[in-house]
Design a binder for this molecule. Sequence first.
Ligand code: HEM
Length: 130
Amino acid sequence: MNNKVYWLIGGIIVIIGIVLVSRWTTREAQRNNPPADGQVIRTSPASEENIGVLFTRSDVATHNSATSCYAIVSGTVYDLTSWIGKHPGGPEKIIPLCGTDATAAFSKQHGSSTKATTTLASLLIGSLSQ
Ligand code: HEM
């Protein structure tokens, strides 16, 4: 083998070395900087950031149609408008909930369903102010 081949192999080994070291240092940096107490790591939908937006019951009551459909479930306000046409149980189950407190209807039907709870979380727009 001539010198060029040795240089080429050497170069490849050096590049692989640099990649491995930089990956290791990044991982170490993440390990040494855990989130501060109280800092939230968000794995849930960004809509959870709306939790501080406040609505009164009368605000919610004005969104009582299929074209603008808000509902309250357990003190939290959801915009169900985009979900009406996608609901596997049919739109007719959602439309009567528009503008109302749907806590009882939701928990009766879906109280133990993780999927329904996750869907609801993705539609969160705020909380009840009273
Ligand atoms: C208030 C908001 C609601 C949300 C976000 C919601 C969400 C969902 C979701 C995600 C599914 C699919 C479940 C799965 O695939 O495992 C589903 C199915 C269904 N929902 Fe709802 N739902 C709501 C309200 C209701 C209400 C009030 C009723 C009845 C009065 C109802 C009746 C049904 C039925 C019959 C099904 C199909 C069978 C089943 O998967 O349980 N839903 N819903």
